[in-house]
Design a protein around this ligand. Structure first.
Ligand code: NAP
Length: 285
């Protein structure tokens, strides 16, 4: 192994709920390494660049970044990957001899999760040859929309409760049509992919009302909410014969891509890790 092992972290505020330490320490253990990955809270009131310098001095070699620091991380980097540049947000930092390299694995992680699910459920993978409907225009939606554009979807339909926020994302992919939130059922017509990126359906939030009957046969229904894991949307999708893709796919695959950036090794997403996460989610939420 050529990687020089060093400390890793997830930066956020709050961050104690994060499952990233569980995931990355599982992969480190598989390499015979100690649990080098920790939750690292940074108060938004503090100087973010100074906090990163402190981490470099303390021997950190890599960090994930979550809410609310992805844009601050973007602004603090010395160099950025194309994905981070497009999104204006960084979720993966590499500390390279005093230099900060920023990347964003959220979009490719989402696509990898979809690919894995579609290979399990729909071997013809035909979601890529049909329109896609995305619900929501928050931070996660940005990465997902740009990734769907990279995947070649030439009819991306985007609706958000606050239409202006959806309009602001229309440059992220070549073929985006913005619709009204109340028209979402009609816009699902003929879609091979539906993605919920809103927080609706999450524990403590209102339910998502979304009829599914217009979707193409064999369509993928993805809900990136993972608390609960089996959201009402995914249950309805399964009951109607669609392929349900839960939020763990994106969570695990974006993590795997970050791990590979730091270590050069693509970790294995196995059933045991997934089961550990399912148990952890059930215990804490
Ligand atoms: P965010 O930036 O706060 O965006 C929230 C989105 O939900 C916005 O589009 C917002 O619409 C919409 N929304 C909230 N309440 C609504 C309501 N009552 N009716 C209609 N729309 C509503 O959040 P985010 O960071 O993108 O995260 C969104 C969800 O994805 C969260 O549940 C998060 O846990 C999950 N997530 C999962 C992963 C994963 O790896 N699986 C990764 C990231 C996020 P407005 O613009 O109108 O407010």
């Amino acid at each position: 192994m050529s990687w020089v092992a060093g400390k890793l972290a997830i930066i956020g505020w709050p961050v104690s709920h994060s499952r990233s330490p569980l995931i990355h320490n599982y992969w480190l253990a598989a390499q015979g390494l100690p649990p080098l990955y920790e939750a690292y809270p940074i108060d938004p009131k503090d100087d973010f660049r100074a906090a990163l310098r402190g981490m470099a001095d303390a021997g950190f070699v890599g960090a994930n970044v979550t809410v609310p620091h992805k844009e601050a991380a973007f602004a603090a980097m010395d160099a950025l990957s194309p994905a981070a540049q497009i999104l204006g947000a960084v979720n993966t930092i590499s500390f390279e001899n005093g230099r900060l390299q920023g990347d964003n694995t959220d979009g490719d992680g989402f696509l990898a999760g979809l690919d894995a699910a579609s290979q399990r459920g729909a071997p013809d993978g035909n979601w890529q040859n049909a329109p896609a409907l995305v619900l929501g225009a928050g931070g996660a939606a940005r990465a997902i929309i740009a990734a769907l554009g990279r995947a070649g979807i030439d009819d991306i339909r985007l609706v958000n409760r606050t239409r202006d926020k959806a309009e602001a994302l229309s440059g992220l992919a070549p073929h985006i049509a913005i619709g009204d939130w109340q028209d979402r059922a009609a816009l699902a017509d003929g879609c091979g992919l539906l993605v919920n990126t809103t927080s609706l359906g999450m524990t403590g939030q209102p339910p998502l009302e979304m009829p599914l009957d217009g979707l193409k046969s064999g369509a993928l229904v993805s809900d990136i909410v993972y608390t609960p894991l089996h959201t009402p949307l995914l249950r309805a999708a399964q009951a109607s014969g669609y392929i349900a893709v839960d939020g763990l796919g994106m969570l695990l695959h974006q993590a795997a891509l970050s791990f590979e950036i730091w270590t050069g090794m693509r970790p294995h997403i196995d059933d045991k890790l997934r089961a550990l996460l399912v148990t952890d989610l059930a215990e804490k939420d």
